[in-house]
Design a protein around this ligand. Structure first.
Ligand SMILES: *[C@@H]1O[C@H](CO)[C@@H](O)[C@H](O)[C@H]1NC(C)=O
Ligand SMILES: *[C@@H]1O[C@H](CO)[C@@H](O)[C@H](O)[C@H]1NC(C)=O
Ligand SMILES: *[C@@H]1O[C@H](CO)[C@@H](O)[C@H](O)[C@H]1NC(C)=O
Ligand SMILES: *[C@@H]1O[C@H](CO)[C@@H](O)[C@H](O)[C@H]1NC(C)=O
Ligand SMILES: *[C@@H]1O[C@H](CO)[C@@H](O)[C@H](O)[C@H]1NC(C)=O
Ligand SMILES: *[C@@H]1O[C@H](CO)[C@@H](O)[C@H](O)[C@H]1NC(C)=O
Ligand SMILES: *[C@@H]1O[C@H](CO)[C@@H](O)[C@H](O)[C@H]1NC(C)=O
Ligand SMILES: *[C@@H]1O[C@H](CO)[C@@H](O)[C@H](O)[C@H]1NC(C)=O
Ligand SMILES: *[C@@H]1O[C@H](CO)[C@@H](O)[C@H](O)[C@H]1NC(C)=O
Ligand SMILES: *[C@@H]1O[C@H](CO)[C@@H](O)[C@H](O)[C@H]1NC(C)=O
Length: 799
């Protein structure tokens, strides 16, 4: 209701004097404005009947200016008829919602001999209180939340948020937010067949909290509340600040139908909500999102997508939550032979057979799974560097998702004869509908626009001397299509909250860097300073030159993209600052410097180099293909590859070139050349179409540099007299391969002499081959980053 009418009854009262207690006889019709209850004094909220389906209505409370979102409902699971249903305050003090005048579908179970009134506060709280003593509250909607928590509303040990069933269906869904028996605040998926907790991660719960995001199970008060400034805190030590924390806005926290908890905010008077925080940054990690034997992918363009595993197909292609069934007959004899299909960076939650088993070889694990009747496949992973491999045979494959950076692989067991088809790629067409239910139109009465249709407040006066208040719903004609959930992918929210990414003020950063005094790097895009944040974290703080003239909202949009990226091989962004002309980024600080430093100091042995090549490829594959937006780096070079204390590479400086529209590759918006001489793909020079293959090219050059120890900038004349001075690194390596005698190992001629003989020839060969493919002049011949990852992974262990 675009509530233009601020007046309205805020207090609906009445009580009953004598006689029939349950009969609600509407005697008089209220004025046209009296179709709903509006909060007082500001009119922020409205209460009334909402249409939720064909001739189906629920009584609820919503924001007057954003009526799409219902913050509370009395009868979400039992809608009432459109005719003769009413909400009545009986003389015994009970507030009753009755269906078609016959059945009571909901009541407050209150009893009072004193006269009562129903009042809607500007906080959104609907209270039933005594008329004579307003602090005596018998019942309030804040104590019975549905899927939304409003600022100031306390979630307690007795209350639970339950998601809606789907985007258009307000019925109770599968997800719950509640305090568990151990005092920890949790998200639970309670599906038709299975249930499991998916937040927080188990390792965050400990008994000795103190650091990080850990949870405490000691505090038994079990309360959680969102404050008006945007901070959510729970008694188990969980706390979360929205990205716009500090501003006084309208806010709500909702457990959405997709199982994520999002905090939305909105300026007064605006229609659209912005997402300013969410508990789970990876939608595919929410349980129950895709059914059994399927894998969840998240893509910006199409939203969430579920695909069946190879050898499986949809039970019902319209309803992803049912999952997939095998195309083969599962057997349990010793005669069937099996093949195992590797799935990279795919993980399934739970359903391990027995406990886990460490120090297995691949063969042992495969044999075991083959012999185990219920085994559907196994996870083979290595949680620690140089640690043993772990083998986890799984009896069911649920909650499948891509897990970039996951240290291991999954091997799916299939009967040997079963058709070989790559489902993961071939069933593109099976895009799961966002919600399996039919989306309902939810029209409702607009009092001002059609005076003949409305909820009518009727004052019962009389017959036999009783008075009853009754909000009477007549019928709804006015249609207005509305989606109550702001779609995560489509709405124009300003900033998605990546946990921990926050906005800093210029003066905060000035203080952190002691007036931008300690410069640690300088590039085309800006200057990097070392600084210490107020929470004592050391940060790399990059002041951008080239974004200075960019508009604030455009910059914020880009930050929202970068802030959402989360991969072990990408540098983490902690925050940013937009303050007048200043555009500043705050990154984690990597004290072991860049690949460039360490290559020139010869501190990297072979396995480190291979590992770095692999990690870079994973980070770039994530940028190109897996993350929420499609992003090109455009300036891959050793200076932009940072190393952590384990020599894990982290790609830095990404996201400063515009993300490309995946569907519009032919029309990129690059206006000027980016990149660094020596690492730049020919497309830049010849002004050809720019695609992700420019990064593949630069990656290939960096890998060649790591293998050979030669810089692409200098050429090779200084190390090899006689070579032409302008000869490029890639050409030089190619020539070496071409001229190598049959059977001889050509890679020995190119390998960095400082490595001595201390390298793995097989790995060197594969790395050199991959790198040469990456630096092909013709972009279509180059592999994609994920193909590079696959090829390197198959030789990860030196075989
Ligand atoms: C009003 O109700 C509150 C809560 O029940 C009670 O504490 C208070 O004494 C009452 N005040 C009067 C004047 O009755
Ligand atoms: C909403 O979902 C519930 C539970 O699945 C179902 O029973 C009900 O029919 C749905 N309502 C509509 C209008 O689709
Ligand atoms: C328990 O949590 C509540 C609410 O967050 C807090 O006020 C209280 O101090 C906590 N108690 C202890 C012992 O930490
Ligand atoms: C299959 O072989 C295993 C080991 O050889 C044996 O323990 C098991 O009983 C056999 N199962 C059947 C159904 O023959
Ligand atoms: C793993 O197994 C191998 C061979 O059985 C053994 O030499 C090695 O010590 C084991 N490693 C661990 C960590 O148990
Ligand atoms: C109001 O509703 C009546 C009954 O359906 C309809 O005839 C009339 O056109 C409506 N008026 C407006 C302004 O929509
Ligand atoms: C890597 O480079 C950084 C920066 O020059 C240097 O501080 C660090 O010691 C190097 N690492 C090794 C192992 O040499
Ligand atoms: C590089 O990492 C190693 C291993 O954690 C650490 O000991 C060393 O101090 C780091 N180097 C620098 C320059 O900080
Ligand atoms: C892009 O251009 C290529 C050739 O120029 C063409 O084959 C391809 O279909 C185009 N793609 C799109 C999305 O327009
Ligand atoms: C490319 O996009 C721009 C703006 O986005 C548009 O004006 C232009 O017509 C497009 N060019 C082609 C070839 O599609």
């Amino acid at each position: 209701m675009a509530t233009s009418s601020p007046t309205f009854i805020a207090i609906l009262l009445l009580m009953l004097l004598h006689l029939h207690s349950s009969a609600a006889l509407p005697l008089s019709v209220g004025s046209p404005d009296e179709d709903v209850i509006v909060s007082r004094p500001k009119g922020t909220f409205t209460a009334g009947f909402r249409r939720v389906g064909e001739n189906a209505y629920c009584f609820g409370v919503w924001f007057s200016q954003a009526e799409k979102h219902v913050v509370w409902m009395a009868n979400r699971d039992v809608p009432v008829n459109g005719k003769r249903s009413s909400l009545s305050l009986l003389k015994n003090g009970n507030l009753v919602l009755s269906d078609a005048g016959q059945f009571d579908v909901w009541d407050t179970k209150t009893l009072s001999a004193k006269p009562l009134e129903l009042h809607l506060h500007d906080t959104g709280n609907l209270v039933l209180r005594e008329q004579t003593n307003r602090s005596s509250v018998l019942w309030q909607s804040f104590n019975f939340p549905t899927d939304t928590l409003l600022p100031g509303q306390i979630l307690t040990r007795f209350t639970t948020l339950v998601s809606s069933r789907s985007e258009g269906n307000y019925s109770s869904g599968f997800y719950k937010l509640f305090f568990d028996n151990d005092n920890v605040f949790r998200l639970l998926y309670e599906g038709p067949q299975v249930s499991s907790v998916y937040w927080p991660d188990p390792w965050l719960v400990s008994n000795n909290v103190g650091s990080g995001n850990g949870r405490s199970s000691y505090n038994s008060s079990r309360v959680a509340v969102l404050d008006e400034l945007g901070k959510f805190s729970a008694s188990d030590a969980f706390s979360y600040k929205t990205i716009d924390y500090g501003l006084l806005l309208q806010r709500r926290l909702t457990l959405d139908y997709d199982g994520n908890v999002r905090i939305y905010s909105r300026e007064n008077g605006q229609e659209d909500w912005s997402i300013t925080g969410q508990f789970k940054s990876q939608p595919c990690f929410i349980h129950g999102i895709c059914g059994p034997y399927s894998i969840c992918n998240h893509e910006q363009a199409t939203g969430r997508k579920c695909v069946c595993l190879e050898g499986y197909s949809w039970i019902d292609s319209q309803d992803w939550s049912l999952g997939c069934k095998p195309n083969f007959q599962p057997t349990c004899d010793n005669k069937t032979e099996y093949r195992f299909v590797a799935l990279y960076e795919v993980d399934f939650y739970g359903y391990d057979y027995g406990s886990s088993f460490s120090n297995y070889t691949y063969k042992q694990c495969e044999k075991w799974c083959s012999e185990l009747c219920q085994c559907k496949g196994f996870q083979f992973s290595f949680p620690q560097d140089n640690g043993p491999f772990w083998c986890y045979p799984k009896t069911q494959l649920l909650n499948g998702h891509r897990s970039p950076g996951f240290r291991g692989q999954f091997f799916l067991r299939l009967p040997k004869g079963s058709a070989k088809e790559n489902n993961l790629q071939n069933n593109e067409g099976l895009v799961c509908p966002r919600n399996a239910e039919k989306v309902l139109e939810r029209p409702y009465v607009k009092g001002k626009e059609n005076g003949s249709v409305k909820f009518v407040l009727r004052f019962a006066v009389g017959l036999g001397g009783f008075e009853v208040v009754c909000i009477f719903m007549v019928w709804c004609f006015l249609f207005r299509s509305s989606n109550h959930l702001v779609r995560e992918d489509q709405q124009g929210y300003v900033l998605a909250a990546a946990a921990g990414c926050r906005r800093y003020t210029y003066s905060e950063l000035k203080q952190a860097t002691k007036g931008f005094s300690e410069e640690i790097g300088r590039g085309a895009g800006g200057t990097v300073y070392k600084g210490m944040l107020s929470d004592n974290r050391i940060a790399a703080i990059k002041k951008l030159h080239e974004f200075a003239d960019q508009g604030e909202s455009e910059f914020l949009t880009e930050m929202s993209i970068i802030g959402r990226l989360n991969h072990m091989n990408l540098i983490g962004m902690w925050g940013y600052c937009v303050d007048g002309k200043h555009r500043i980024l705050v990154y984690e600080y990597m004290e072991n410097g860049s690949l460039a430093n360490n290559l020139s100091s010869n501190s990297l042995d072979w396995s480190k180099r291979y590992n770095i090549a692999m990690g870079m490829a994973k980070g770039l594959a994530y940028l190109h293909e897996e993350c929420l937006e499609w992003i090109l780096h455009c300036d891959i070079k050793p200076q932009n590859i940072l190393l952590d204390s384990d020599y894990q590479p982290k790609v830095a400086d990404f996201g400063l070139s515009k993300p490309l529209n995946r569907n519009n590759l032919n029309n990129s918006s690059f206006s000027r050349i980016r990149g660094t001489r020596g690492y730049m793909a020919p497309e830049w020079v010849f002004n050809l179409q720019i695609t992700s293959k420019v990064d593949v090219y630069s990656y290939g050059i960096v890998v060649l540099e790591m293998i050979t120890g030669r810089s692409p900038m200098i050429g090779v004349q200084d190390t090899e007299p006689g070579a032409e001075s302008h000869e490029r690194l890639a050409t030089w390596v190619r020539e070496k391969r071409r001229k190598a005698p049959e059977g001889a190992s050509w890679v020995e001629q190119i390998v960095d002499p400082t490595l001595g003989s201390d390298y793995n020839v097989k790995q060197l060969e594969i790395l050199a081959k991959v790198a040469l493919d990456c630096v092909e002049e013709e972009k279509d011949v180059r592999p994609s980053m994920s193909q590079v990852v696959e090829r390197l992974q198959s030789h990860e262990h030196g075989s």
